[in-house]
Design a protein around this ligand. Sequence first.
Ligand code: GDP
Ligand code: MG
Length: 442
Amino acid sequence: LSERLSGVFDRLTKQGALSDSDVSTALREVRVALLEADVSLSVTRDFVKAVQEKAAGQSVTKSVTPGQQVVKIVHDELVHVLAGDETEPGELKVDNPPAPILMVGLQGSGKTTTTAKLAKRLSEKNGKRVLMASLDTQRPAAQEQLAILGKQIGVDTLPIIKGQSAVDIAKRAKQQATLAGYDVYMLDTAGRLHIDQVLMDEVQAVRDVANPRETLLVVDGLTGQDAVNVAEEFDGKVGISGVVLTRMDGDGRGGAALSMRAVTGKPIKYVGLGEKLDAIEEFHPERVAGRILGMGDIVSLVEKAQETIEAEQAERMMKRFQKGLFNMNDLKAQLEQMMKMGGMEGIMGMMPGMGKMAKQVEEAGFNDKVLKRQVALIQSMTKKERANPQILQASRKKRIAKGAGLEVSDLNKLLKMHRQMADMMKKMGKMGKRGMLKGALG
Ligand code: GDP
Ligand code: MG
């Protein structure tokens, strides 16, 4: 999207106020992009209208192009809608022990996994004593599944008694949690493939028994528009206090998050990022906004870059990245920028897909001192070598390393890092060309 917008604006005025036609041209692109990201039609309409109002008449600051400015307005509005007025998105209400948490959703959405993930967080991070109970009498071995997860994370599960109904199990969980002094008890309900009356009746009956402090709807973030229908249905029939979006580690574009937030008004509390039991994190509106726009946190990267380098250079850099170009000179510029922008950690956190790499880099003992050495290594290369590091022969490698007062292994590490980053840039570039991107988050 960002590239499309920049393209649109490159053809338009470079300075002055954002004119109505500038804005409406850009908003046509935004509209298409949102629909492609699985945002519902009515939500898209409202969204575009809000952006239109905000953008109209804004003057274009000198340091950014109109394209970047509209991207930023769109981005900020996305964050605004996604965040709602939640101040602490990840907070669960778990006072007044034992606090019941009811987990609801369709079959396969990730309820059981999410129950265990949240139980683990509550016990490890918040020091709560948690009891989990599976109310899934539908799927064979569903109750055992939760018991196994409980063992893995060291959280108690309610002993299984076969033949009990979901409501019976809920009653038993409540009783056990009260008697044994648990802080929280979590009820993992059975799902269905589709919403049906039997499911809703069961969930309602359980809700009436437990009177939950939180009713969390678990939805598969990959299901797009369907997820919104599911959320409306559950909210209408059972009443939900929040949403957990799972499979956000996948290719989904996160449009469901925006629609769901706009339609139900319920906060998205967590996102699931994998099958492992610590693969969950609090919902970060900026990340999902970036994902919907398909540019990671490029907006904030642009902002930060502007503080330290001239806008033109930043623009040139972004253009190259978007084309998938990334040679040693780019790497050198990046490394130097990193030093200015709060080191590795600061910048890696902002680039899509860099989270994982940041970890690798950290494990490799990479720090700001190493940054300086990397720059020194690149400085010892010829112009040709910088443009095309593949041509480096063993003898040249030795000489370059020596020139920088380092070992060949240091140079090899640098080359490897460059290759990884170049790959990433290529992927990002391709995504940009497709207009909308999938999975800009790593
Ligand atoms: P339930 O039927 O709603 O209880 O769903 P489960 O918790 O049994 O999950 C169904 C499948 O989805 C399992 O294989 C989980 O490992 C997987 N899963 C759950 N959450 C996530 C997630 O955030 N990311 C990924 N990649 N897989 C997930
Ligand atoms: Mg389950």
